[in-house]
Design a protein around this ligand. Structure first.
Ligand SMILES: [Mg+2]
Length: 254
């Protein structure tokens, strides 16, 4: 299980310019041929994540656990629907104003989740965003802070922790490798650690991609900390080589 932004690719100023390297896609596809589950868990809508990563054979859990798209599916399955799903979008519609653009706040419409980005803007903008967050909470929305991004979400969402549960439910999977870089990934990692403590996971490896903006809690709880996405992709590539080699009957070094 891997996060996408900041984990499979570097964070860039504009989210639409983020690129996942081809070798990551190829390795994920190889892994999908040999493992029970390969999934990207991301804040982006699942079809956007699939296009961005490009691997067709893996599952994408998007919108922080709100929708997923499995191999062969054309459309995502949405976990939350109806009025709740529209609440954040309605808030943006009612509150968006030209000043946000002046303050370099960019709104990303992720359906049930609305993201406010301010990468490249100053700390005054952050104060403006804090004001928006207070207002959104008063309007009954949940707020979630990431790396230069505020997300407005429907209340009661379990985020990536819920996605992890959904992905593992009924699979009998006992070994998980999870990688991420941000606060939402820490939620998922904590849930996985809980499953391991309870015994439903036998082997768990948490990989954290270090950054100045990421949460220290994730770094602290991780089994392995890498400095950048490329190093995590090195590991994926290595793992893909091992599983494909192993299944072909090639002896593996210890
Ligand atoms: Mg990330």
């Amino acid at each position: 299980m891997s996060d996408v932004d900041g984990t499979l690719c570097r964070i860039v100023d504009r989210p639409d310019q983020a690129r996942v390297p081809a070798r990551a896609r190829e390795s994920l596809e190889t892994l999908a041929d040999h493992l029970a589950l390969v999934a990207c868990i991301t804040g982006r809508p699942s079809p956007v994540a699939r296009k961005m990563v490009g691997a067709e054979k893996i599952t994408y859990f998007g919108n922080h656990g709100l929708s997923f798209i499995k191999p062969g599916m054309d459309r995502p399955t949405v976990v939350i629907e109806g009025e709740e799903a529209e609440r954040a979008r309605n808030f943006i519609r009612d509150n968006d104003n030209p000043f946000w653009i002046t303050a370099k706040i960019r709104v990303e419409d992720k359906g049930p989740i609305q993201a406010l980005h301010w990468r490249g803007a100053g700390h005054r903008t952050e104060e403006v965003v804090r004001g928006i967050a207070d207002h959104a909470q008063a309007a009954g929305l949940a707020t979630h802070w990431g790396r230069k991004v505020l997300e407005l979400r429907p209340p009661g969402m379990e985020g990536k922790a819920g996605a992890v549960d959904e992905l593992l439910d009924g699979t009998g999977i006992e070994t998980v490798v999870f990688a991420g870089d941000d606060r939402t990934d820490h939620d998922a990692a904590q849930r996985l650690r809980k499953l391991a403590d309870e015994g439903s996971l036998k082997n768990l490896m948490i990989v954290a991609i270090d950054s100045d903006e990421g949460p220290p809690e994730l770094i602290e709880m991780a089994d392995l900390v890498v400095a950048e996405p490329e190093e995590w992709i090195d590991l994926i590539e290595d793992l893909a080589g091992r599983v494909s080699g192993a299944s072909a009957g090639v002896p593996q070094p210890e």
